[in-house]
Structures are given as C-alpha cells and as structure tokens.
Design a protein around this ligand. Sequence first.
Ligand code: ZN
Ligand code: ZN
Length: 94
Amino acid sequence: MATKSIISDERYCLVCGTPYNLHSHHIYGGTANRKLSEQYGLKVWLCARHHNMSNEGVHFNKKLDNSLKLLGVKAFKRVYPELDFVKIFGRNYE
Ligand SMILES: [Zn+2]
Ligand SMILES: [Zn+2]
C-alpha cells in the first residue's frame, strides 16, 4: 500500500482476523473516490472471502459495505477534524 491506512494497518482481515490471502480494499469506490480513499488512507485489509471472492465479500454484501463506509467516515473525522468529508467525497455515509 502506498499510503498508510488510518483505520488499521495491521495485516489481518478486518472481518475475520485471518492473516492469509489479504487484499487491500478501498472503502469508497468509483474512480474519484477510490483515489481519495488512497490519498486519505481509507482502506482496509480483507481476506479474499471478505473482499470479493464470495457473497460474504464487501463487494457483494451491502451490509458489510455500509458498515465499512461508516467506519471510514468516523476515522476520517477523527484523523482530519479540519476537513469536510461530504465536500471531499460528495456524500455522507452516516
Ligand atoms: Zn476475512
Ligand atoms: Zn475492494
């Protein structure tokens, strides 16, 4: 990963804790927001199963996706209190 995650930089799946088959997942998708996620460290480690290799993965499981997006907003506000998340990412996920 180019920048450090502001959520957790430990090399374990955030969902199940496995250290194997990890993928770096950018919390906010789409061309612009993926870049912003990289820039602000809004990414997490997920195992293949919890990323995009099963229906439980964040790319298919809306509930998990929403909870990570909420986690991302909270971390963003904690780390960058002077910045306006909605202005930068274009919408609120809370
Ligand atoms: Zn996992
Ligand atoms: Zn992903």
